[in-house]
Ligand binder design. Structure first.
Ligand code: HPA
Length: 274
């Protein structure tokens, strides 16, 4: 079935145009732990995503489903508190709605944040990792379908991810804020189950530095729309099998909460440069 995204979300996009108080300089998808980032900014408008026509309700604990138009030091931000995961059973085109909405407000810069498991043996819970590339092999089929839905022609194209320009700003921001920033490859696992130790070992052998259940399709869609996009992961735990401790969502949110201060400073400093 071929779905025209613009047609399918016509009412939603019209609604966004009516309520958006400004064209954001940058848009952010907030992963686990960064959820309440908006509280530290000047909020112009907050919207429950359930009030948006056609927007899928979030089913994940800690992802409360709000969209905030905010301001920080003169920069205009659009924040998505709560994301839509493929593992919640949604269609790929539903999961990229935050990107699509950002694009339709006229925003052309994005930072996607997420919680991830550390695979690189030098990474530890609490580290922040800037993505230098990703591996999305396990959702290639969905990605092909997504771009097929949005693309009027069948030309192949190169994904410009991450944006070198935004990554350089994030690196400078980390230096200014004295925050250690790791760099590495984000490896997508559809979830909702965490990886097995064998899968983590395989991912490590194939170049993964961190594993997570989001971001790749969002970044691909943003890059396809010619937005500048970067991704920062909060390493919330060791990948399965790396430590003896059993993985849990509680561990993920606990670590993310501990690092929240650094994460917020890093994002704020970066936003000032955009
Ligand atoms: N694996 C996948 N997703 C995650 C992890 C992990 O270890 N930690 C946080 N999100």
């Amino acid at each position: 079935m071929k779905i025209d995204l613009y047609f399918k979300y016509f009412d939603l996009l019209k609604h966004i145009k009516e309520i958006a108080p400004f064209t954001p300089d940058i848009s952010l998808i907030l992963g686990s732990g960064l959820g309440d980032f908006a509280d530290s900014l000047k909020i112009h408008k907050s919207v429950l995503t359930t009030s948006l026509p056609g927007y899928p309700p979030s089913t994940v604990e800690g992802h409360s489903g709000k969209m905030h138009f905010c301001e920080y030091k003169g920069k205009k931000l659009l924040l998505f508190q709560g994301r839509i995961h493929l593992y919640e059973g949604y269609e790929i085109y539903e999961t990229v709605l935050p990107v699509f909405i950002s694009y339709k407000t006229g925003c052309r810069n994005m930072i996607i944040t997420n919680a991830a498991g550390g695979v690189n043996p030098d990474f530890h819970p609490g580290d922040l990792m800037l993505a230098v590339s990703f591996n999305g092999i396990s959702i290639k089929k969905e990605l092909t379908r997504l771009i097929g839905l949005a693309k009027p022609d069948s030309k192949t194209f190169m994904i410009d991810f991450p944006s070198g320009e935004i990554n350089d700003k994030i690196r400078s921001a980390a230096e200014l804020e004295n925050i250690t920033l790791r760099e590495g490859v984000y490896w997508y696992n559809k979830g909702p189950s965490y990886e097995t130790p064998a899968e983590v070992r395989m991912a490590a052998k194939m170049g993964a530095d961190a594993v997570g259940m989001s971001t790749v399709h969002e970044a691909v869609f943003a890059a396809y729309l010619e937005m500048k996009v970067a991704s920062i992961s909060c390493i919330t735990n060791y990948g399965a099998g790396i430590s003896a401790q059993k993985l849990s969502h509680d561990e993920v949110t606990e670590t993310a909460n501990k690092v929240k201060g650094d994460f917020e400073r890093l994002i704020k400093e970066t936003v000032e440069m955009v």
